[in-house]
Design a binder for this molecule. Structure first.
Ligand code: B3K
Ligand code: ZN
Length: 879
């Protein structure tokens, strides 16, 4: 067992920093055996803090080599090195502190602070990584101007980068050289970055709306030189969009992007020097799928948008993380909607939220968008803070309207530029600019859990009134048993018998009534009466997923079919299809084989496959059956094997009955011309690859030939990996083995493609059996130090391959626990993320629960468990 209980940090304990740092002068000497960091800080007492406090700086894993106060060495008795930092009891009101530390980037497997990744030095400081580089007040409300000198061997590390502008460079003795960087904008140390390596530079220019030329520079390893165009184009589109939609212009003269292979997450918005996981920035049509192209565009935009929402205006403390993340995710999702299909983007966001964030909300780690406490902040980079946080901002946009929202964001940026602020400051700016009272709306930040909105209706044919009764409540979450009603924008329409939208008259005789309204739910219960309704309508509820809530209404299958075919809201058309499929699948769980799939579902899918006048981007989404993960989320005591079998049965039945339509659809959507990642082309590829995968599920011989042909002749990775995935999920064992071998031989030198190759296998119910996954871990290309490889094998197995992971003998759980324990010592952040599939053990059926719990207990018992893993495991086990 862990001997010392890790400390919990509370929002209510927040105090302003006792000392401020105005300026930091850093000098890095990078060597093969380690790095020396010279840090000189101009510090002064914070006039707003309690007087007389000692100076305390954060530091972890540092070897202190020198310490001076105003240039004079400090005596040993004048300071104390503690486990988490450095304490100097007596200091004056303003002084310069010099610190020299020696660190070991080569041995840094945690990938926070300064570390080495394939021969280059790089950093990751958010949230609390800077303390692994030097002693410093490592908190976001201390904002300083940074000057950074980087020194290294010139031949090995010709490129030396840091934040801001390069102001000086030159040669040093012994084949070494240096570059000095100056960042004129004060920033918290979590935005500090350094890169040193042998990298090629790709250059471009962007002219801002006010006519300034910005130097765009992308740095990658030479083998990746041809994979930069998409990221650079995405960056330019993002820069233009942020000017047009938010009036935000870039502020430095240079904007740099660097790709590194070993990275704990997707990317990082360091001021002027964004660092990316290679898999989230490098792309070429023959190595990256459509999904990767879209992900890259979104992440490049996200990091760029942080320059205003995060960097110019930053967070006061880490409880406010959603201030920058929720807002920036909302901004990147608006951007992606504008670049492609808004309905498809909304479907993707809602799917992620309903599958994974709702699960988080009903599990042991449930927390508000603005958490009240944490043990390890890295564990709070969650779907709740990011995606639900973005939904909260979206609801503000809906409630205020686009114009007031823009006025609110202008006020927010102008009022708080250069400051570290709170989510409440954000809402206040929206409130002040719009004049709308957002008092109750603020509960979205403080209450955890997914609101449930129950709807019932009555139609009075004589009075021609239609009444909607709406009730909202939030189930209890850990530490929050009583919840108050929230302010929910609830968008709806009513559909008449011919599929037309009916006018929504809240008063009888109302003229020009709209056919869509956003009702504002504020009470626990409401009744809305619509007048002059001449026939019993079908309600289209929560159009566009206007709030992150669960809607309950007793739809019949016929009503869902009707909405699928007629709803003018594309999102709700898709949603009706999902609800229908969920209902059909759920009704077949553990039912006798003779029970057939509802023929109405078959008819609905036939229509989707055959009508080429439908929006193919929407059709591509509507053809996807609800995932096993979503079906599990919807269950009380999930029967994973039952869900897997029922879903597979529906898939097989649909494929058998629609074979001819699937083949025709495949042929109709065959690729023509050169690869283009446009929404239309992406939709076509998605539809045809879905058709192929369904046909391969039933081992269709004609489809087999098409799959082999597509695999061999594909001109892009979407089609090539689509064919590979279809082969892998078929019973054509010989073809599958050969295709996997050929694919590896073709791409063995490309880490991003090898990661796809791993995840296709580990995520497949056919090829991802536990022994096969164990074999993948032994593969030469697997690397325990590379988070992408860990995610593509262990992550894909535990999160996508649910039938094998949840084997009823518990072997999948023991496997995961074993690897979490090993990773806990090398990379605690990654280890903690891998615990997630075990945390909701209480929501599973009896045959699963004990095994999941036992795995958690086994992890919990490790002595000196990292606080990252401890927090997740401990919270999962407490009653
Ligand atoms: N801000 C970073 C995330 C940092 C995660 C640190 N554990 C990337 C982003 O959200 O843009
Ligand atoms: Zn972000």
């Amino acid at each position: 067992m862990r001997t010392n209980q890790p400390q919990t940090i509370y929002l209510k304990d927040y105090k302003v920093p006792p000392f401020l740092v105005d300026h930091v002068d850093l000098r890095f000497e990078l060597f093969e055996e380690g790095a020396r960091v010279y840090n000189s800080m101009e510090i002064r007492r914070n006039p707003e803090a309690e007087p007389g406090q000692p100076l305390e700086l954060d530091g972890e894993g540092l070897e202190l080599e020198g310490l001076t106060l105003n240039g004079l060495p400090l005596a040993d008795s004048d300071y104390e090195v503690t486990s988490g930092g450095l304490r100097i009891e007596k200091v004056s009101d303003s002084f310069t502190l010099g610190v020299v530390t020696w660190i070991l980037p080569q041995e840094n497997t945690r990938l926070e602070g300064l570390y080495k990744s394939s021969g280059m030095f790089c950093t990751q400081c958010e949230a609390e990584g800077f303390r692994w580089i030097t002693y410093f007040p490592d908190r976001p409300d201390v904002m300083a101007r940074f000057r950074t000198q980087v020194e290294a061997d010139k031949a090995r590390y010709p490129v030396l980068l840091s934040n801001g502008n390069d102001v000086e460079s030159g040669d040093l003795e012994g084949g070494r050289h240096f570059v000095v960087w100056e960042d004129p904008f004060p920033k918290p140390c979590y935005l500090f970055a350094l890169v040193a390596g042998d990298l090629v530079e790709k250059r471009d220019t962007f002219t801002t709306q006010s006519g300034r030329d910005i130097d765009l520079r992308m740095y990658v390893e030479p083998r990746n030189a041809e994979k930069c165009d998409h990221a650079i184009d995405s960056l330019k589109r993002s820069m233009r969009w942020d000017e047009q939609v938010y009036g935000r212009e870039y502020d430095l003269d240079i904007f740099m992007i660097v790709a590194v292979d070993d990275f704990n997450m997707g990317a990082m918005e360091n001021k002027g020097l964004n660092i990316f996981n290679s898999s989230c920035v490098l792309a070429s049509p023959d190595t990256a799928t459509d999904a990767a192209f879209q992900r890259i565009e979104a992440i490049v935009a996200h990091e760029y948008f942080h320059n205003w929402s995060g960097n110019r205006v930053t967070c006061r403390d880490w409880f406010q993380l959603s201030l920058k993340e929720g807002f920036t995710v909302f901004r990147d999702s608006q951007f992606s909607a504008d670049m492609g299909s808004p309905t498809v983007k909304r479907i993707e966001d809602a799917t992620l939220l309903r599958t994974a964030q709702f699960a988080e909300d009903s599990g042991p780690m449930a927390h508000p968008v603005r958490p009240d406490s944490y043990i390890e902040i890295s564990n709070f980079y969650t779907l709740t803070v990011y995606e639900k946080g973005a939904e909260v901002v979206r609801m503000l946009h809906t409630l205020l309207g686009a114009e007031n929202f823009r006025a609110g964001s202008d006020l927010y940026f102008n009022r708080h530029d250069g400051q570290a602020v709170t989510t409440d400051d954000f809402v206040k700016a929206m409130e002040d600019a719009s004049g709308k009272d957002l008092t109750q709306f603020r509960r979205w930040y403080g209450q955890a859990g997914t609101p449930i909105v129950e709807v019932s209706d009555e139609y009075d044919a004589d009075a021609k009134t239609y009444t909607l009764n709406v009730r909202q409540y939030i189930p209890p979450t850990p530490g929050q048993t009583e919840k108050l009603p929230q302010h929910i924008p609830f968008s709806l329409g009513l559909i008449g018998e011919h599929g037309e939208d009916l006018p929504l008259k809240l008063e009888s005789g109302e003229t020009d009534a709209p056919t869509e309204r956003v009702l504002e739910l504020t009470e626990a219960e409401h009744s809305f009466v619509f007048h002059d309704v001449s026939e019993q309508p079908v309600p289209s509820l929560l159009r566009g997923f206007s709030a992150p809530v669960k809607v309950r209404y007793p739809w019949t299958r016929d009503q869902l079919l009707f909405l699928m075919g007629h709803d003018s809201d594309g999102f709700n058309r898709w949603d009706a299809g999902q609800r229908l499929a969920v209902d059909v699948i759920q009704s077949l769980i553990n039912q006798p084989q003779e029970l057939t799939v509802d023929p109405r579902l078959v008819t609905a899918f036939r229509q989707l496959l055959s009508d080429s006048n439908l929006d193919q981007a929407l059709v591509a989404k509507m053809l996807q059956l609800p995932s096993e993960a979503y079906l599990i989320e919807l269950s009380e005591a999930a029967d994973v094997q039952g869900i897997h079998k029922a879903r597979t049965r529906v898939l097989n039945q649909l494929a058998l009955q629609l074979r001819d339509e699937l083949l025709a659809c495949y042929r109709r959507n065959r690729e023509e011309g050169p690869y283009e990642p446009t929404p239309e082309a992406i939709a076509r590829r998605s539809v045809r690859n879905t058709a192929l995968s369904w046909l391969m599920h039933i081992n269709d011989e004609e489809a087999r030939l098409l799959a082999l042909q597509q695999f061999g002749q594909a001109g892009n990775m979407t089609d090539q990996s689509g064919a590979l995935r279809a082969l892998v999920n078929s019973d054509f064992e010989e073809d599958r083995t050969k295709a996997l071998g050929d694919f590896y031989d073709q791409f063995s030198q490309d880490p991003q493609v090898v990661e796809q190759w791993f995840s296709i296998q580990a995520g497949s119910p056919r090829t991802g059996t536990l022994p096969a996954v164990e074999t993948l871990l032994e593969h030469d290309a697997f690397d325990w130090k590379n988070p992408n490889k860990i995610r593509s094998v262990i992550g894909a197995f535990a999160n996508q391959n649910l039938a094998n992971f949840h084997a009823t003998d518990g072997s999948g759980y023991r496997f995961l626990a074993r690897h979490i324990l090993a990773l806990d010592s090398t990379n605690p952040q990654i280890a903690a993320r891998l615990v997630a599939p075990l945390t909701r053990w209480r929501n599973y059926g009896d045959v699963y629960r004990e095994g999941m719990k036992a795995a958690l207990e086994q992890i919990h018992a490790k002595p000196d468990l990292s606080k990252d893993v401890y927090e997740v495991v401990h919270k999962s086990l407490v009653d």
